[in-house]
Design a binder for this molecule. Structure first.
Ligand SMILES: NC(=O)c1ccc[n+]([C@@H]2O[C@H](COP(=O)([O-])OP(=O)(O)OC[C@H]3O[C@@H](n4cnc5c(N)ncnc54)[C@H](OP(=O)(O)O)[C@@H]3O)[C@@H](O)[C@H]2O)c1
Length: 316
């Protein structure tokens, strides 16, 4: 195969300054795999956490290919591929090295691109979406619940807000004031994070009724303390970012952190459901900004700031 691909790698542990674009040469896809021409690769905080400086970093892992989810077009199929053919438009998660112009992926991690979403939005559906599904399933969120989503304006939070609403729950969502109109449009009652959050949530409860579920995507003491103050049943408080205090508080930690439930089966099963909800217009992905692939470092600086207000996406 004569295609030359470009890929972004972390050449060292540190900040975004260690990112470089390198050339790679994709080979013919192996059994069960397809080659994608990547049209968009979504940025997630885990991407820059993977190469952040810290104790115990193993230099033998370098250079590290980045990017866990993409949208693209199938250009070649390997042996035993069952349902994809060249020209198919797909989204894929969980992949390795998605920050690339071409990428070999297992057919198993793909599903059809919802035509309601452009390439950039489609690339950002699955990681945040499957995480949000896991939070709702772990907390048993159902019709009649009042759900407090910390970081409702973020990638995962915005998904949790929409999916909780689809389950018939009322949603109260934290976000900076600039995000409140968007949160209202998604059906949530917005509330500013920061000092006094507990009092503001108590005030909102006078109209919504008591908060019965809390989903924390921020991991701050404020988010955790407010969650356990308002939710009576600690099994119905879940965090995807506050792993340090989860055991002490007796709440549910989800994902890849220490002691957390990875929820692999729940998340895998959610892939197709999310694509269907997006395809019928029930689920929206907001893209805050796109960047050329070579500007991955700039995208990571913005992601690290924590206020992107939507998905950041690389366009190869
Ligand atoms: N465990 C897992 O399986 C899993 C999966 C995916 C993500 N994560 C983690 O979950 C976190 C969120 O990911 P994401 O993709 O949703 O990030 P994101 O898109 O950057 O969203 C960040 C959110 O945090 C809010 N925020 C930032 N600073 C805050 C503060 N000081 N107080 C309160 N809220 C604040 C932002 O609100 P405003 O911008 O409106 O202020 C925004 O809603 C990251 O740490 C990520 O690594 C974990």
């Amino acid at each position: 195969m004569s295609v030359t691909s470009r890929a972004v790698v972390a050449t060292a542990f540190g900040g975004p300054e260690v990112l470089r674009t390198v050339e790679t040469a994709p080979t013919d896809p192996g059994p069960g795999n397809v080659l994608l021409e990547v049209r968009a690769a979504a940025v997630n905080p885990i991407d820059w956490k993977m190469y952040a400086a810290g104790p115990g970093n193993d230099p033998s892992r370098l250079p590290i290919r980045l990017g866990l989810e993409v949208a693209g077009v199938v250009t070649a199929v390997g042996p035993s591929v069952r349902w994809l053919t060249p020209g198919d438009e797909v989204i894929a998660w969980r992949v390795t090295g998605g920050y690339a112009s071409h990428l070999e992926v297992s057919e198993q991690v793909t599903c059809r691109r919802p035509q309601t979403l452009d390439w950039a939005a489609a690339s950002g559906l699955l990681l945040a979406g499957t995480t949000a599904v896991h939070t709702l399933s772990a907390t048993g969120t159902h019709d009649g619940d009042v759900v407090l989503v910390h970081g409702g304006s973020g990638g995962v939070g915005r998904m949790a807000v929409q999916l909780a609403g689809l389950r018939g729950a009322r949603v109260v969502a934290t976000g900076s004031p600039a995000t409140h109109d968007d949160l209202r449009e998604l059906g949530a009652v917005p509330v500013a994070h920061g000092p006094g959050l507990l009092d503001r949530v108590r005030e909102i409860e006078r109209t919504t009724g008591p908060v019965t579920v809390a989903i924390d995507t921020v991991g701050s003491d404020e988010a955790l303390d407010v969650s356990v103050a308002v939710v009576a049943d600690r099994h119905r408080v879940a965090t995807i970012a506050g792993f340090g205090r989860a055991a002490e508080l007796g709440i549910t930690a989800l994902g890849g952190g220490p002691g957390a439930d990875p929820g692999t089966a729940v998340r895998e099963a959610a892939r197709a459901q999310l694509a269907e909800l997006a395809a019928d217009g029930s689920l929206d992905v907001r893209v805050a900004r796109t960047f050329p692939l070579d500007d991955a470092a700039e995208a990571h600086r913005e992601s690290r700031d924590g206020h992107a207000r939507g998905k950041l996406v690389l366009i190869p």
